[in-house]
Design a protein. Sequence first.
Length: 207
Amino acid sequence: MQTNGYRIIPVNPTIHGSLGEKAYASLLEVPEKIDIVNIFRRPEYVEEIVDQAIRLNPNYATAFHHRGSVYSRKGQHDQAIRDFDQAIRLNPMDATAWNSRCFARAITNRLELALADCSQALRMRSEYANALDSRALIYLKLDETARAIADYDAALRLDPGKAHSLYGRGLAKRRLGDLAGAEADLAAAIVLAPRVAEEYSTYGLRP
């Protein structure tokens, strides 16, 4: 980024400097206006960093989205949805934020709201594998199995190694009686992501 004219200010409490610049222990210590925050820290540090970014700029949509994603990974879905609300309010053209809220709503069974969010994300980006996968999960929960399979198929055409879509499609195929197809998809998903079955069980979905 430096070669493209950006000034990079390192923020890391374990170093004194990097890239020819003084390092700071936190974003709150940087004496200059910060335009973009790129995080290259371990996941356990991300929440604190995005909290600081939001304190510095309460209109920073990306920071709200990142913090919402942290909450989602921790299973704090109501807090995640509140942050995704803010991210969308500040940047309504961000399809990834719409999809993130869609997924958080889907796994907490706010299915009609989730469906509206996924549809909005797909209006913005029609070939968006993650949003297709999220919408397929909603259809699976609504017992609209054919629609679920169609969206999982579309997601897998875009991302053939997407374990979440393979597993969901396996569950859908099993409901339709395609046992051989179901077992093939479920087995392939588990090879790619050994804990995918455990993840789906948290959604209330099991083979």
